[in-house]
Ligand binder design. Structure first.
Ligand code: ZN
Length: 100
């Protein structure tokens, strides 16, 4: 695999020091690691959680953000997602939910 120039990099992927794209966590391996769902964070400060319900196992966790819109700032491009390895099942729907 070759190095990816910074301007071509996917903001939802990790790159190592040599610019090599790293494989993202998927729904399946998040479940395997004991995650109960996903934590969602928006750059505006809004945060929430969601269960894995309805998400395909092979979906990269960072790409779940593409399906969400922040209810606070109504933006889709400032959301990031990561496995919720600590919390219990929230029962929240697929929409972003405030925890405040
Ligand atoms: Zn927001």
């Amino acid at each position: 695999m070759s190095s990816v120039p910074r301007y071509l990099r996917n903001p939802r992927r990790w790159y190592d020091a040599d610019g090599i794209e790293q494989p993202p966590a998927t729904i399946a391996n998040s479940k395997a690691n004991g995650a109960r769902g996903l934590l969602i964070h928006c750059e505006c400060g809004h945060a929430g959680a969601m269960p894995f319900d309805g998400l395909p196992d092979d979906l990269p966790v960072p790409d779940v953000a593409l399906r969400l819109m922040c209810p606070a700032c109504r933006r889709k491009d400032r959301i990031s997602t990561r496995p919720n390895l600590a919390g219990a099942h929230t029962g929240a729907g697929p929409k972003l939910r405030s925890v405040e």
